[in-house]
Design a protein around this ligand. Structure first.
Ligand code: SAM
Length: 441
């Protein structure tokens, strides 16, 4: 589509261009061909085009791809395109806001290539939304403001490197770009443009859950570009966990986010990701000697700490919980009212209070009386276990992933049940209850 044809089409349709919709139409045949070449299309390809405008790119895409799906926000252009390309089986045209559509539909785009001369005002959010979609397009060939292209291909420690770079490069590898001079567009925009090719990584660098942690780290890290990242991340992660992760990766705690490469952000995510909690490890005198991630503590049978709480009601009954069938250790057996690991930097009492809230919804427990401490052995899972007693009446809100059931029982009835069916109880609770009863509880 030549410039003269474009001007004629706009005049015929009495279409005044709208600046806020980024309506700068590409009329240069060479540049259009370079864009389509970068997409490396075959008839097996499905192409997604955002903002077809008067259709100069759409025409070439339809000639090479098997299917084109185009979304245009401006109804006047949709009407023009319907006339221009009708009837065309290959083209599906939709009148909508593309960003709204992508967010609303939550489609799997993994079998699609995005090839588009994007409206500049929404280009970055569209790219981020697609990159973070559950099935992101296999390739993005997008024409954008040059400054945004530079951000998409940037490397650590450069002016353009930041949030956009990392959110997109987690999923895509940049495969070259070229500049498109302003005079190739009608009307000519105030700034230069470029077309960049991004190819989806063959293997994801992180799984979906870790991806969410990556986004959190990167957003926080770049929330104040000039500030030390360690300080910023303290708003979201315990200092002990951060110190451990930074020292594992040999990162200076004074470092700013812009100095870290994508690979370093990925490694940091793996260490900070939830589920890999950090525990204090202790010596045989229950003195803290370091901090290690949960997996390592269990794999190497390192001594660590836990708090168990026995909750009694006014009638003198004890509350028991039945461990969830999804637990790695001792699934489906009866256990103390509440129990859990002591996290790095915590003391037994703090851990006990936290666990009561998290596991059984008892957020403001009364006094927690320390009773005794079990020493590490196979039955305690190499834990020092501090036992507490408290009083509460329930009903409790049981954590659905941790606990399958709960009930009150009189101590004498529990004695009989445990004597007759010891294997219906966790080994640590058997030890705990025996000690409790021996000490007159
Ligand atoms: N593809 C055409 C070309 O290369 O000449 C037009 C590109 S022009 C830079 C951007 C196009 O996107 C315009 O046609 C504009 O109306 C359309 N547009 C703007 N915002 C949009 C949105 N949120 N969703 C879909 N299309 C949009």
């Amino acid at each position: 589509m030549k410039l003269s044809e474009m001007k004629q089409a706009l005049a015929d349709g009495d279409i005044q261009l709208t600046k806020s919709l980024g309506q700068n139409f590409l009329h240069d045949g060479n540049q259009l061909r370079r864009i389509v070449d970068a997409a490396e299309l075959s008839t097996a390809d499905k192409v997604f085009e955002i903002g077809p405008g008067l259709g100069p790119l759409t025409e070439l895409l339809m000639a090479q791809a098997g299917e084109v799906f185009a979304i245009e926000k401006d109804l006047r252009l949709v009407e023009f395109l319907k006339k221009r390309f009708a009837p065309a089986d290959k083209l599906k045209l939709l009148h909508d806001d593309a960003l709204d559509f992508i967010k609303r539909e939550g489609r799997d785009w993994s079998a699609w290539k995005l090839v588009a001369n994007l409206p500049y005002s929404v280009a970055s959010p569209i790219i981020v939304e697609l990159a973070m979609a559950k099935g992101c397009p296999e390739r993005l060939v997008v024409t954008l403001q040059l400054e945004v292209v530079q951000r998409l291909v940037a490397r650590a420690d450069s002016d353009h490197y930041g949030l956009l770079t990392l959110l997109v490069q987690l999923h895509y590898e940049p495969h070259g770009w070229f500049k498109i001079p302003s005079n190739c567009f009608h009307p000519a925009p105030d700034v230069d443009s470029g077309c960049v090719t991004l190819i989806r990584r063959a293997q994801p660098l992180l799984d979906t859950a870790q991806g969410a942690t990556f986004t959190r780290i990167v957003k926080r890290g770049f929330s104040q570009r000039r500030k030390m990242m360690f300080k910023l991340l303290k708003q979201d992660w315990p200092e002990a966990k951060l110190s451990h992760a930074f020292s594992e990766l040999q990162l200076d705690t004074q470092v700013r986010a812009e100095k870290l490469s994508l690979e370093q952000f990925v490694a940091l995510t793996q260490l900070l990701h939830l589920g890999d909690d950090l525990f204090d490890i202790v010596n045989e005198h229950d003195e803290v000697i370091g901090q290690r991630p949960r997996r390592e503590v269990h794999a190497l049978a390192l001594l660590h700490r836990a708090a168990h709480i026995l909750v009694f009601n006014y009638a003198g009954e004890i509350f028991l919980q039945k461990r969830s069938m999804t637990k790695d250790n001792h699934p489906g057996v009866w256990d103390a009212s509440c129990s859990g690991h002591v996290d790095a930097g915590e003391d037994y009492l703090t851990a006990a209070r936290r666990e009561l809230g998290e596991e059984i919804g008892l957020h403001n427990p009364g006094q927690l009386e320390p009773l005794f401490k079990l020493t590490p052995c196979e039955d305690t899972g190499q834990e020092f276990i501090q036992i507490f007693r408290t009083q509460a009446e329930g009903p409790f809100t049981l954590h659905p992933e941790e606990i399958d059931d709960g009930k009150w029982i009189a101590p004498t009835a529990l004695d009989r049940w445990m004597a007759e069916h010891p294997h219906e109880f966790s080994p640590s609770f058997r030890l705990n209850w025996r000690n409790f009863r021996t000490q007159g509880g």
